[in-house]
Design a protein around this ligand. Structure first.
Ligand code: ACO
Length: 394
């Protein structure tokens, strides 16, 4: 097969699909969902309304939104067998691994696969949006040795999640800020986890496998795992005075500074700007956090030293500080990201099904040909094997 274009590691800049779900202008720091600016959605929408917009393609009417919210509320509980399965998970396991296992397990319980039936699609969308937060909260309580608590019908999506997680009804400002965080993380074009969801979807497998594969991809430290790493990094830096030596050391070792840099954004990520504003609002209302002073100094030093390379804070830089103030444990930051991103993954799953062709890229082979098989008795060591192979390779 002939190669259509040059190879680019990480497929940088190579279109993998055509999509009308979201748009990023990395030079000017613009993000839009279905054409609506993220600033506007953060200001005026809710996460569930935004999820509807992403998945069904337009803003809902009042009745449509009510119905969607009601369906989600109705499906928030977990089957007792899923809870029993979770009881067998080791408490020391990472919550992203627990979430991936639970998302995949949904496929066992809802095994009918009818991808051309709109009712099936709707049910899968509702179930995944409804149950993923309950799974994250249940794992948190169970690993502490407690029983998970049931969702409360009088609480909205975000307030209910914080309630199930902390066993306390959250302050309305905290619930609102968390909801905005979900909106900001809901979708972001063809990033690694979305691409993974699309590849899985393209085989026409069930939506639970699609979401499980995306959760596994999001878990890595170069993707959704970075917000957790940011807090560990701020902990390691420890003080404002240590910021410059820390950055110097990273530059010397050529190691990455977590929460900075982006494949697409070459300016500050617009979501980081909104999250920083929300972090400040949280500190004003609920007390300051000295990690924020370290973060602000870090942003300034990185901008001075690496700004010319387009390295600025990404979405993960300030989100951890907001979650920390909300009392969310550090290793739940990525599962919280997953709760939000399920909306985007589902939107891409639906879009993929509309015009599906299985993903099957090509490769540039860099190996050799016609290598003789070396009999086992001649392979006493790796060196022998290579020598023998070299001797008789034409
Ligand atoms: N700290 C220091 N230098 C950086 C950083 C960083 N965080 N990010 C990029 N660079 C430098 C690289 O060292 C490289 O420099 P060089 O050209 O002199 O070798 C250059 O910028 C390009 O970096 P790449 O790693 O090639 O950029 P890529 O587009 O492949 O990676 C990524 C983007 C993975 C986000 C990268 O910036 C990174 O690892 N950041 C830290 C992890 C992180 O915060 N991830 C969250 C991303 S947002 C999200 O997924 C939700």
């Amino acid at each position: 097969m002939t190669v259509a274009c040059e190879y680019r590691p990480g497929l940088e800049g190579i279109p993998a699909t055509q999509s009308s779900i979201s748009y990023v202008d990395g030079q000017n720091g613009i993000l839009e969902y279905r054409g609506i600016n993220i600033e506007e959605l953060a200001q005026s929408s809710t996460f569930i309304e935004t999820a509807y917009l992403l998945i069904w393609g337009g803003l809902p009417t009042e009745d449509e939104l009510e119905e969607f919210k009601h369906e989600i509320q109705f499906h928030r509980r977990l089957k007792y067998r899923i809870r029993d399965m979770m009881k067998c998970f080791p408490e020391s396991g990472h919550p992203m691994d627990a979430l991936q296992a639970c998302a995949a397990a949904l496929g066992l319980f809802y095994s009918r696969r009818a991808l051309d039936d709109p009712a099936y699609i709707r049910a899968a969308v509702v179930r995944l949006l409804a149950k993923i937060p309950t799974m994250v909260a249940a794992f948190q309580l169970m690993r502490k040795g407690n029983d998970p608590i049931q969702p409360r019908d009088d609480l909205g999506y975000s307030a209910n999640f914080l309630y199930m997680l902390t066993e306390r009804v959250p302050d309305p400002l905290a619930a609102h800020i968390f909801d905005v965080c979900l909106t900001l993380h809901a979708e972001h074009t063809i990033n690694a986890s979305t691409f993974s969801a699309m590849v899985t979807a393209s085989t026409l497998t069930d939506p639970y496998a699609v979401i499980a594969s995306a959760v596994g991809t999001l878990a890595g430290p170069l993707h959704g795992g970075a917000s957790e790493e940011v807090i560990l990094m701020l902990e390691e830096i420890g003080s404002v005075a240590n910021v410059e030596p820390y950055v110097d050391q990273c530059m010397e070792r050529r190691s990455k500074i977590m929460g900075f840099g982006h494949r697409v954004y070459k300016v500050k990520d617009p979501r980081a700007t909104i999250l920083q504003r929300m972090a400040e609002q949280m500190f004003e209302q609920f007390g300051s956090d000295h990690y924020y002073d370290i973060a602000v100094k870090l942003e300034q030093v990185v901008a001075d030293r690496m700004g010319s390379k387009g390295i600025y804070p990404n979405v993960d830089f300030y989100s951890g500080l907001v979650y920390r103030k909300l009392g969310i444990p550090t290793d739940l930051y990525t599962p919280v990201f997953a709760i939000a991103r399920v909306a985007g993954w589902l939107a891409h799953w639906k879009e993929q099904l509309n015009e599906n062709r299985i993903f099957r890229p090509t490769q540039i082979y860099t190996g050799t040909h016609s290598v003789p098989f070396v009999p086992l008795e001649k392979r006493h060591s790796a060196q022998d094997r290579d020598m023998y192979a070299n001797l008789i390779t034409p």
